[in-house]
Design a protein around this ligand. Sequence first.
Ligand SMILES: C[S@@+](CC[C@H](N)C(=O)[O-])C[C@H]1O[C@@H](n2cnc3c(N)ncnc32)[C@H](O)[C@@H]1O
Length: 273
Amino acid sequence: MRRNWLIVGPALILVVAIAVVGSVILISLRNPAPSPEPSTATAPTSAVTTTGLAAQRERMVIDTIERRGITDQDVLQAMRTVPRHLFVPEADEARAYGDYPMPIGFGQTISQPYIVALMTRLLNLQPGDKVLEIGTGSGYQAAVLAEIPGVEVYTIEVIPELAERARAQLASLGHTHVHCRQDDGYYGWPEQAPFDAIIVTAAPDHVPQPLIDQLAVDGTMVIPVGPPGGYQTLWRFVKDADGELKAYNEGGVAFVPFTGEGIRQPSGEALVP
Ligand SMILES: C[S@@+](CC[C@H](N)C(=O)[O-])C[C@H]1O[C@@H](n2cnc3c(N)ncnc32)[C@H](O)[C@@H]1O
């Protein structure tokens, strides 16, 4: 009997101990600890998300930009730095680093990252340059331009709501040296001319004469020209000392139409075929 108790005793104690621990675990599963305040709960999640988005941005640069032949370190660094996901609607953040344009509201788009990098590269920006962008849209291209060392950016958007939103977003990211204006960009920004570089991110069917006039000697203009709603040619123009433009065909693109009153004026000479 005593021998049996020696065997059964410890076994009984073990069973009781397991039962007690098990019920404690069950109780705590049924009554989970109160959730932390939302502010503390979201902090680690958003930190993880931000890290994920930074990794996506790095992949975007390697896979869709460097791999297609853009090697300019200033341009690559700018594309690495600007948080593209903050320039698209919140619901689309997770797709912001894909190799495509995306809607930003009002029938407009933020351009494909590769096209943003290509156009920035084609401008051949140097420290001290003044660059004018027509078509602020989300403000993303302006932010990329602003990341090129020593460059001052002027940008014009025709749609008031987009102009205001981009202005606020650029300011919130600390881009105080980006000058924003809501207007018809057909007429450029004469008070600030001449510009060393002009980039147009909507497609007119001809090159606006005021933009030609506001381009500095040796300056570069990058502009898609072609039928609205179709495919256009991306042109790079360089102004020589006589004020003549040399034209370089940089390939086929598809941009949203250039709108506003100015483009509907009868145009002068056709600069490109
Ligand atoms: C492809 S989106 C630009 C994308 C923009 N660069 C970005 O990074 O989001 C073209 C923009 O050009 C604007 N636009 C079209 N015609 C314009 C004009 N005459 N003057 C200024 N902006 C114009 C459109 O409203 C649109 O926001």
